[in-house]
Design a protein around this ligand. Structure first.
Ligand code: PLP
Length: 391
């Protein structure tokens, strides 16, 4: 097989034509500046998509929405916050913005998301904890019944990071509607993108009003610029929201194409000693990223330091770093699994409630190209290269 001319990407924006229509309207009406009909429209349409009746608002990023959620949840300096360990740093960084202290909670093997048992243990150790931040990894819904029960039992507020899980559902309920505060992201690599942006979702009108106040510089109602609280500039622009509105019309189509990619990997890799990222029978992931883990008995030796990796290739065996390298040789983009937060030097002093699952998934797992513009022919090339690693 030869190196591919055209790079196969992990997950890149897929644009249609409606995005341009909404932007053109904003230009035509000279309504380019923050706030406006596209923001209002985008918020209303996302609320309707989620089932209606939400008091959501559009932000500059998913991270900004998480920050506002952490503020709304009342996290103060020194408060322990129980949060997902195997996730992207953006899930947990905003806790530090407010002076909260992350306690990292490990994953369970059936979804790779927060383990309800580990969460229960975390509450036993930190009975004063009042806030939980949970992420649905790679679009796979977490064990929500059990997680919600643990949160209720301890009177804790749930912040749901559904950045990767728009259009996923758990027992028929859409991700992004479970938390007291939930967030979505429209960053460039997500299932739909506004070029960059996020959404804060709540069911309470006053909470939206408060978050919107912070997100627009905390200006008090007064004839002059009057400030009684710290403010932020976190509001989405009318142009960006226009792109989001155009994309929203293609969300279901994107989800179907992501699922087709996952199924094709599942079939194409069935005879190799690898396992696709798991999900619960009664949930429907959006299959944002297809991932695999190399089965334990088929792992060749792989040693990772903070910044580099060495591995020793063996017949019949392979490892994520060999697959990553081999795919790159053929001009195919892939990524390691998120490195667990408790292993990050920045969080080295933080407590961690371990199950062993997160580190294991990190060692044995890899994110495969899941770009919905990838042809079947291109995906077969990816499968072929993975196959070579086990020769
Ligand atoms: C992308 C992502 C975010 C952050 O969203 P941005 O819009 O990029 O700020 C947060 N959490 C998770 C799990 C993500 O994947």
């Amino acid at each position: 097989m030869e190196r591919l001319e055209k790079k196969i990407l992990l997950s890149s924006p897929t644009m249609h034509s409606e995005e341009k229509d909404f932007i053109s309207e904003a230009f035509a009406r000279n309504w380019v500046a923050p706030l406006g009909f596209n923001c209002d429209g985008f918020e209303y349409e996302v609320s309707e998509y989620l089932g209606g009746g939400f008091h959501n608002f559009a932000t500059v990023s998913g991270t900004a929405a998480i920050h506002l959620a952490v503020k709304l949840a009342g996290v103060k300096k020194g408060d322990p916050v129980l949060c997902s360990d195997l996730t992207f740093a953006a899930t947990v960084n905003p806790i530090t913005y407010e002076g909260g202290v992350q306690v990292f909670v490990d994953s369970e093997p059936e979804t790779w998301n927060m383990s309800p048992e580990a969460l229960e243990k975390a509450f036993e150790k930190y009975p004063q904890a009042k806030v939980v931040v949970l992420a649905h990894l790679y679009g796979t819904p977490a064990r929500m019944d059990e997680i919600m029960k643990v949160c209720r039992d301890h009177g804790a507020v749930l912040i749901e990071d559904a950045a990767e899980a728009m259009a996923s559902d758990y027992k028929g309920q859409k991700c992004g509607t479970f938390g007291e505060y939930s967030i979505l992201s429209f960053n460039g690599n997500k299932i739909i993108t506004s070029s960059g942006g996020g959404m804060l979702i709540t069911r309470e009108k006053e909470k939206r009003t408060k978050a919107l106040f912070w997100a627009t510089q905390s200006r008090e109602p007064s004839p002059w610029y009057q400030h009684e609280e710290l403010g932020y500039n976190y509001r989405m622009s009318n142009i960006v929201a226009g792109i989001g509105r155009g994309q929203l019309r293609h969300l279901e189509d994107h989800r179907e194409r992501k699922e087709r990619i996952y199924r094709r990997y599942q079939r194409g890799l069935a005879d190799l000693p690898v396992t696709m990222n798991p999900y619960l029978e009664d949930s429907h992931p959006n299959f944002w990223l297809s991932c695999l883990t190399v089965n334990p008995e088929a792992m060749c030796e792989q040693v990772r330091t903070a910044t580099s990796s060495t591995f020793r290739s063996e017949p019949g065996k392979s490892c994520p770093d060999e697959i990553l390298q081999k795919l790159a040789e053929y001009n195919i983009e892939s990524r390691p699994i998120w490195k667990p937060m408790h292993l990050q030097p920045f969080f080295r002093d933080h407590d961690f409630i371990s199950t062993g699952v997160g580190e294991d998934v990190f060692q044995r797992g890899i994110c495969l190209p899941s770009d919905i513009k990838m042809s079947e022919y291109e995906q077969d090339a990816v499968i072929e290269v993975i196959r070579m690693c086990f020769d």
